[in-house]
Design a binder for this molecule. Structure first.
Ligand code: S3P
Length: 181
């Protein structure tokens, strides 16, 4: 059960390219809250890039660092906006942690061609090397039930501007008064 406690985090989940980081930054700015991104937290702790962690230490090490980063971000116990990297929700422990610490969890979604056009510039996405369409389609199949189960709200974004998405999140999660916190 996600708590409606306004002192808790506003969490964005979704596949790579769904706009979590871009929207998260804009949302945090609008609400005058701190923005954090789980990939950035991992890179800061590991002092290297997500791509290098995957290439040198492997995905398992990355997933452990990701879980540790989420524990640390949640321990801050404050109303930040948190963009959670696409694969973090595979872990049941991570899902439980997010549920416990979020006031709302918004699943940002878009069709695969939209995700592809948005991920073109991302260097931190080694899982999309080779066959990005095939990989994203497979991830969608594997992860959709988990996003669905975890999210308090589902937002399909491909025809919306960033401002529209921010407005919709504020409305869906009743965050209108957050800026005066
Ligand atoms: C991943 C998503 C990426 C990054 C890594 C793995 C995934 O983050 O953590 O490449 O498994 O979906 P974004 O969702 O922020 O692109």
């Amino acid at each position: 059960m996600v708590s409606g406690d306004a002192s808790k985090m506003i969490v964005l989940i979704g596949l790579m390219g769904s706009g979590k980081t871009t929207v998260g930054r804009a949302l945090a700015e609008r609400l005058n809250l701190v923005f954090r991104d789980s990939d950035e937290a991992v890179e800061k702790t590991a002092k290297t890039s997500v791509r290098e962690i995957f290439e040198i230490q492997g995905e398992e090490v990355f997933r452990n660092l990701e879980s540790e980063a989420l524990v640390e971000l949640c321990a801050a116990n404050s109303a930040i906006v948190l963009a959670v990297a696409g694969g973090a929700i595979i872990s049941q422990l991570n899902r439980d942690l997010l549920r416990k610490n979020a006031q709302c969890i918004v699943w940002l979604d878009a069709p695969t061609p939209t995700l592809i056009s948005r991920t073109g510039r991302g260097k931190h996405r080694p899982l999309l090397d080779g066959d990005p369409v095939g990989s994203l389609n497979k991830m969608r199949l594997d992860r959709e039930p988990l996003y669905q189960q975890l999210a308090t709200h589902h937002l399909v974004t491909q025809s919306l501007s960033i401002v529209d998405v921010v407005d919709q999140i504020i409305s869906l999660c009743s965050l209108e008064n957050s800026s005066s916190r």
